[in-house]
Write a protein that binds this ligand. Sequence first.
Ligand code: PNS
Length: 177
Amino acid sequence: MSPSEPTARRALYPGSFDPVTRGHLDVIVRAATLFERLWVGVLDNPGKVACFDTEERIGLVRESLRELGADAGLDPSAVEVVSFRGLTVDLAARLGAGWLVRGVRRSEDAADELPMAWSNRICGSRRVETVLLPTSHDLAFISSRLVRQIAAGGGRLESFVTPGVERALRRRFDVDR
Ligand code: PNS
């Protein structure tokens, strides 16, 4: 089965977003131009210790999208942010999304993403295709893990995350400069 209506123009961008970075936001903004509807799915993984809990991560994605606002040419209402547990393909099926979006920063990312894309195409109750979007080259060095390390050390974060996320990280790591 190839993606067909009503799933053809509906996409899900799943991830941990712990926290959301400017790299993630670049992928969201660009994916929003490709699809009629876009959901950002924030993984709620009770087995994994996260820097921010699921509700905080969702709130930071929403706040970041509002902060980017018109500057990025994004209508924040075009993107919905939801949490999920279990398999990404099951959430995609519930949302009626026929596409998954993932950002790729370098070849190592692609090596990790391909098995996930192949698996996701065949492991769900309906076929889901994956679109791999290259992150903008000037943001390709950014990762949530790097952001957490810099935040813990009290470094400057404005190139990595939006002001709202930076404030949340400063509170979390109790660092003020
Ligand atoms: O931002 P991340 O941590 O790279 O996102 C990874 C994520 C959430 C996309 C991946 O771990 C995932 O899809 N988890 C849900 C469980 C699932 O569907 N696993 C099968 C993938 S083949």
